[in-house]
Unconditional design. Structure first.
Length: 145
């Protein structure tokens, strides 16, 4: 038992010392699911229950020991693919994005008139490239570090 605890502590230290912060995709995905309940009391009850039962703790432990380490060494987090984003502004324009398994981001921009533009965003180190549906470079942005 002591050896198992020692192994977990060592693995956690290795992950922490390697600078493996990661996206914590398992915890964030589970927390987002908990936030999908409509009633604030149901959200609170489920949230409290999952902290009392060690569900959130296991998600965090899985992120630290497995998924974030995998993301650090490979550049991709297997739990992060499929994450999505949607926002609509006051004029009726909207943007929807989904993270793909290869780490790219598929984005669809829709104007208030209904015109759509589909782009794929790719990131290499500190450069983000936007490609159209045919794979042509539409825009490129350098991220300052």
């Amino acid at each position: 038992m002591k050896k198992g605890i020692l192994a977990l502590v060592c693995a956690g230290m290795i992950a922490a010392l390697s600078g493996c912060y990661g996206s914590n995709a398992a915890f964030n995905r589970f927390h987002k699911w908990n936030g999908s309940f409509g009633n604030k009391w149901a959200k609170f009850g489920v949230h409290a229950l999952f902290w009392i039962l060690p569900v959130y703790e296991f998600c965090i432990l899985g992120d630290i020991l497995i998924f974030n380490s995998f993301e650090f060494w490979s550049g991709k987090n297997p739990m992060a693919s499929g994450d999505s984003y949607f926002e609509k502004d006051e004029q009726g324009n909207s943007v929807a994005a989904v993270k793909n398994e290869d780490g790219s981001l598929s984005v669809q921009y829709t104007t208030a008139k209904g015109d759509t533009t589909n782009l794929t965003l790719l990131r290499d180190e500190n450069i983000v490239r936007a490609l159209d549906a045919e794979g042509n470079l539409v825009a490129q942005y350098e991220i300052e570090k």
